[in-house]
Write a protein that binds this ligand. Sequence first.
Ligand code: 3PY
Ligand code: MG
Length: 250
Amino acid sequence: MRENRLRTLFAQQQLALSGWVSMGNALLAEVIAHSGYDAVTVDLQHGPFSIDAALPMLQAISSTPAVPLVRCSENSLGEINKLLDAGAYGVICPLINTAADAERFVRACHYSPRGGRSYGPARGFLYGGADYFTHANATLLTLAMIETREGYANAEAILQTPDLDGIFIGPSDLAIELGLAPDAYDDVRLNEAIDHLLALARKLGKYVGIFAGTMEMAQRMKGIGMDLVVPGTDIQQIKAEGARRVSALR
Ligand code: 3PY
Ligand code: MG
């Protein structure tokens, strides 16, 4: 089966960077995948599209060396199975609040006996290779999002879920839950919470990714040793670069 290069980077303690596509367009996904990222994540939670649009985006990403990831819209066996069958090499699952949520997520991503993923030869086999079934459980990445008070309080139990590879921190939702603005990326309380989650994950030998709403935050997350950093969405990057060019020419 084709290797999951993110696992290799994580094992070597090298920072991995993921692009983020929420605009639902395959050409855009291809452009982002050509920008040098180690992975590109297709966001079905906040992106205004579903599996029908995600499939050509995953095809576009997999025409490059970037690892195709998805954020599913919810912790759903049906949707996660379709996305893995479509060739996603890792799933970020939003709003994981309890160890039971994490176990349900891991089961959706693994074939029996570890989980309840149903067998359906689809695009995963074309991208992954003929021996996909044999190695899928050990190759595909599972990252549970910690982004609520409840998830934060249960983080240690969530991180102990067998075969869960790690967590992905949602700083905006976590900030809201702390009573802050969704873009309070510099707030001390938010950063203490992030440090705590990173330390817990390190103690338990799990990986940690995070979304970074600004370049300052992305640099800071790199500095504290995150495994995976997403330096902004497609929408944020296009808007910021457009505004920068316009203001430079005014
Ligand atoms: C959050 O910050 O809450 C996210 O979900 C980022 O993608
Ligand atoms: Mg969120």
